[in-house]
Design a protein around this ligand. Structure first.
Ligand SMILES: [Zn+2]
Length: 461
């Protein structure tokens, strides 16, 4: 680490021109899902490539079957410095319904909200052009003052994130050697609240299973056969009910192998967040936490594995009534995974458990619906600690390390295809209206976002 204050001062002085640069990019109508805007997507890629070249990167527009990627490289001052891959996306969502916009989505502007608060309005201000430019402008300030960079940087900007990223996997595969770094920095997420920066460090994995219990070779009359013939709905219900014990723990043998307890200091930091069961579940009309007893809703959704029945069917469910014993019954079951849980082992354990419950004269079929391991950066990883301290120095409240209940495909792809962990840092806020009319980004997010990256880059060296 060096004395970073001259670089932060430069970032402050640069703010007007940093805004001009962002606004140039925002004016390009790079809507990836609509073929009419294909030339605009290329224009955005070309604009970024030209700008990065001006900053001293070796940058190029890279063609794909869809919209192009931008790849850029810059060496560090020291050959021993770490190598980071920075990811963002230059494409944006469509603007309709256009009549709900208070100003032209592609004529970005600064709006004064009073009390010193200013916002940037326009499509892409938050998702993701504003966010990716926080990093680029931090690099600029750093170079202007220090003449060199503290880490080796590879940049990957994608132009299809808002339309399913069809070209991403093949591109990562074809360019793995070029793109592989020590770790990735992904800037497409948000802060916890307007004073509290967040680093997302854990994403739960998933195993999907569909199970069908077959009993008699046809649907039966429940008066003629009831009491004697096996009822597959009963068998299935018993199986599903047996997945959890009375404390909410999942009963499958070996299920918790690889699940680590969340460190006490991380749990304590979550306790400070305004996310009680009452307010979290209250938003959906509930109030009593389900799942494992004695754990907070944040822990349950970020750091604990689950077994959930997502659908169940069988027998007669139409109008009126039919006294039938069904021939078969089915369910879709998913498991959210954390830590080092092994998706294949969990699928095997589930299937063995189900088979053990099926009577000898019945049979069972399984269909798999995908599997992905959880992704997490270990809570004591030096990169995480450095980024956390750097963010805490910039913002009013200390940075928190959070989990995410779902998955972010790019992070899984970096892990799987490049063997690289990702640090997810972003400065969006929940009310940024991304994907909606009147998208905005706080001027403060842009300004302090740039300053945050200056601090993070310096800390990572
Ligand atoms: Zn995004």
């Amino acid at each position: 680490m060096t004395d970073v204050s001259p670089v932060l001062d430069r970032a402050d002085q640069n703010l007007p021109s940093s805004l001009d640069n962002l606004f140039e990019l925002l004016r390009i109508q790079s809507i990836s899902t609509d073929p009419a805007f294909k030339p605009e997507c290329r224009k955005a890629a070309e604009w970024l490539t030209a700008y990065l070249t001006k900053l001293g990167f070796t940058a190029s527009v890279r063609d794909t079957p869809g919209h192009p990627m931008v790849v850029a490289h810059h060496d560090a001052a020291s050959p021993d410095a770490p190598h980071v891959l920075f990811y963002g996306h230059y494409d944006v969502q469509p603007v309709d319904p256009i009549e709900l916009w208070e100003s032209d989505p592609f004529a970005p502007a600064i709006k004064d909200m009073g009390n010193g608060r200013k916002i940037l309005v326009g499509r892409g201000t938050s998702d993701d052009k504003g966010q990716l430019m926080t990093f680029v402008e931090a690099v600029r300030a750093y170079k202007e003052i220090k003449g060199a960079l503290p880490v080796r940087i590879t940049i990957l900007f994608e132009g299809e994130e808002e339309s399913g990223s069809p070209s991403l996997k093949p591109f990562l595969e074809d360019n793995a050697t070029e793109l592989k770094a020590d770790y990735a920095l992904v800037c497409d997420t948000g802060m916890w609240d307007s004073d509290t920066p967040a680093i997302a460090a854990a994403l739960r994995g998933l195993v999907g299973e569909e199970v069908t219990i077959n009993a008699a070779d046809r649907d039966l009359h429940s008066g003629l056969y009831g009491g004697a013939a096996a009822n597959p709905i009963h068998i299935l219900s018993d199986i599903l009910a047996g997945l959890h014990d009375e404390t909410g723990r999942i009963t499958l043998p070996g299920f918790y192998d690889g699940v680590e307890e969340t460190p006490a200091n991380i749990k304590a930091s979550w306790e400070t967040l305004d996310r009680s069961a009452k307010n979290f579940l209250g938003e959906v009309g509930l109030s009593i936490p389900s799942g494992e007893k004695g754990r907070s809703v944040l822990e349950l959704t970020w750091a604990r594995p689950t077994a959930e029945v997502n659908g169940v069917w069988g027998g007669y469910t139409g109008a009126g009534f039919k006294t039938v014993i069904a021939a078969k019954a089915s369910a879709k079951v998913s498991f959210r995974l954390v830590g080092q849980q092994n998706p294949a082992a969990i699928r095997d354990s589930f299937r063995a458990y189900v088979r053990s419950k099926v009577p000898a004269d019945c049979s069972v079929e399984f269909h798999e619906h995908g599997a992905s391991p959880a992704i997490h950066l270990s809570y004591d990883s030096p990169v995480l600690t450095k980024a956390k301290n750097a963010l805490s120095n910039e913002w009013p409240k200390p940075a928190i390390v959070i989990g995410m209940g779902g998955s972010i495909p790019i992070v899984g792809d970096f892990q799987k295809m490049l063997g690289m962990e990702s640090l997810m840092v972003g400065f969006g806020l929940a009310d940024d209206r991304i994907h909606s009319p009147n998208e905005k980004y706080e001027l403060r997010s842009y300004h302090k976002g740039i300053r945050s990256w200056v601090r993070i880059l310096d800390a990572l060296a």
